[in-house]
Design a protein. Structure first.
Length: 153
């Protein structure tokens, strides 16, 4: 293509390899990445409020709409990983908590993610791992700026 340089080609290929490598795939079979994220956010939210979290709080943490979160919570409820119940103060509101099984699955998922990155740090070494983190932060800032400028247009 016009204007493509060898460096552009290399970056494009590397990003494509990451997509194909499956790093974005869930660490536990049978759960979607979005379901695991919901489990993580319920876990985090429940640490701040032992009564559990509301759909609106999960959607806010995930930066998606409540109608996006609701089917994910239903799916997790069917699997026995979360429970939904009315808020004691406002009966119209629904709170969500992890079940014991949900806590165990969340813990396993967190351990799997941690192993992935610990292995990467061991493979690259401390110095290169720090450099990689700095470069990825710069990549994120660049992509975020590009996204914002496209929204402004």
């Amino acid at each position: 293509m016009v204007g493509e340089t060898p460096k552009t080609q290399r970056l494009m290929e590397v990003f494509n390899r990451f997509r194909r490598a499956g790093w974005h795939k869930p660490p536990l079979e049978g759960l979607k990445p979005s379901e695991i994220k919901v489990l993580f956010f319920i876990h985090r939210g429940s640490r701040n409020d032992p009564r559990g979290v509301m759909i609106s709080a999960i959607s806010s943490m995930m930066e998606v709409t409540s109608p996006t979160v609701t089917p994910l919570v239903r799916s997790l409820e069917k699997r026995g990983l979360v429970v939904r119940y009315p808020d004691e103060e406002d009966r119209r509101a629904v709170r969500i908590k992890l079940t014991e099984q949900g806590e165990a699955v969340t813990r396993k998922a967190q351990e799997a993610y941690t192993r992935r990155f610990t292995g990467l740090i061991n493979y690259l070494g401390e110095e290169k791992s720090g450099q990689l983190a700095e470069l990825l932060e710069q990549v994120y800032e660049y992509l975020d700026q590009q996204h914002r400028s496209q929204q402004d247009q």
